[in-house]
Write a protein that binds this ligand. Structure first.
Ligand SMILES: NC(=O)c1ccc[n+]([C@@H]2O[C@H](COP(=O)([O-])OP(=O)(O)OC[C@H]3O[C@@H](n4cnc5c(N)ncnc54)[C@H](OP(=O)(O)O)[C@@H]3O)[C@@H](O)[C@H]2O)c1
Length: 383
């Protein structure tokens, strides 16, 4: 019997690559798909995969889809997404939404004890301990869909309990590696979207250019693997071939290597614990010639430091940081904020709203809302 898979965010970069991975196997059957607005590609996907239920966040796009597609049911809004999780009968949910909009479906899947392949790192950054505690309580597996974290998950199988000393995730450095803070003040959106090694959705590509993505990934690693922050390192590695390393108590380091291709991380999570064959380009180290590594320039790229600051503050601070980043990235992409303004808006929002205790998911939804308001004001004063 194939496992029943629900793909949230199926029209995005991770979503479309996941459908490519699924189409190469008989082990997975798609039982639901979702998008924010892209209703036409979503209907094409549903038709191709014989899916009868889809969710579209935007009500207008959902109404147009319901008019055009009579082969199944169209759910809508954030509630529609959660309903799809609760009622699709999935054995596994892939959450490939972008931003904190992914938290609701993450909580819904884990709360029902459904295994979760998680690309939406923002869920873990925002939800932190509550999300991991929920998975523990229901016994649902939390499988990372991020190249560094899938690599760490894989590597940790070779490390006996208690022998792990440190872990390192690599960063390509993005398109602006080597520039000073001053040289970043007038970079354009097109330049920021021109990632040197990975082809990804817009928001994560900007997060990679600011190095915010690496800060979010440090928090993701902390929550996934229960490793303290002072034992999670970041190193810049422009070739994006070494994805992560673990260091054991004897001083040895194990590394995970491969040419950049997200289908490896996606297939790892969807098929875990099996490793399936993929038509990926194979790594030939002699052809690559050299791999280089350098420290992060914290002055030019303050977002990584802001992430560590929010992570150590804990409580709602990571949620505030994430919301401010989403608002600032959106404003940058619309030409309302300078690239260097992204870090400034996050720092100012965190300063005004340093975070409080998290008692329940409601505290997070409220902190997210309040932080978005503050961050929008911060964007406006810089316009
Ligand atoms: N792309 C990568 O290589 C990569 C690597 C590692 C981790 N990730 C993580 O994976 C997640 C997805 O990234 P991506 O690059 O695939 O993003 P993306 O290309 O922008 O796709 C996002 C998907 O989510 C849908 N969506 C966006 N906002 C939504 C909302 N508010 N409610 C419901 N659906 C919404 C989009 O629908 P529409 O098509 O209608 O807009 C699309 O299907 C992010 O958390 C990212 O950090 C991505």
């Amino acid at each position: 019997m194939p496992r029943r898979l629900l793909v949230l965010g199926s029209t995005g970069s991770i979503g479309t690559q996941a459908l490519d991975v699924v189409s190469r196997t008989d082990d997975l059957e798609i039982v639901g798909l979702s998008a924010a607005r892209s209703w036409e590609p979503l209907i094409e996907q549903a038709t191709r995969h014989g899916v009868r239920r889809i969710a579209i966040a935007d009500p207008d796009a959902a109404a147009r889809a319901a008019e055009a597609w009579t082969d199944g049911e169209v759910l809508t809004g954030a509630e529609g997404l959660v309903q799809l999780v609760l009622e699709s009968g999935a054995d596994l949910v892939l959450n490939a939404l972008v931003g904190s909009a992914g938290l609701g479906p993450t909580v819904a899947a884990l709360g029902e004890g459904i295994d979760l392949a998680l690309a939406n790192k923002e869920s873990l950054v925002v939800g932190g301990e509550l999300v991991t505690q929920l998975a523990e309580a229901t016994g649902a597996r939390l499988l990372p869909v991020d190249s560094e974290h899938a690599a760490l998950h894989h590597l940790l199988h070779g490390v006996p309990t208690g022998a792990l000393e440190r872990m390192t995730i690599t960063a390509s450095g993005g398109p602006f590696r080597g520039r000073t803070h001053a040289e970043l003040s007038d970079v354009t959106v097109a330049e920021a979207l021109d990632h040197p090694t990975w082809s990804m959705g817009g928001k994560i590509t900007i997060d990679s250019a600011t190095l915010m993505n690496k800060g979010l990934e440090v928090m993701e690693a902390h929550h996934l693997f229960g490793v303290p922050y002072d034992r999670i390192d970041v190193v810049v590695h422009p070739q994006s071939i070494v994805h992560a390393l673990v260091e054991t108590a004897d001083g040895a380091q194990l590394a995970h290597l491969g040419l950049p291709d997200m289908r490896i991380a996606i297939a790892y999570a969807l098929h875990h614990p099996e490793i399936v064959s993929l038509p990926t380009k194979r790594l030939n180290l002699a052809e690559v010639g050299s791999l280089t590594f350098e420290p992060v320039d914290d002055d030019a790229f303050p977002c990584l430091g802001l992430c560590r600051q929010a992570a150590l503050a804990g409580g709602t601070a990571p949620c505030v940081l994430n919301a401010a980043n989403e608002v600032a990235v959106h404003a940058f992409m619309e030409g309302r904020l300078a690239f260097t303004g992204i870090g400034d808006v996050i720092a100012a929002t965190l300063h005004e709203m340093p975070g409080g205790p998290v008692r329940a998911f409601e505290s997070l939804f409220e902190a997210d809302r309040a932080a978005r308001e503050l961050a929008s004001e911060q964007v406006a004063v810089r316009a």
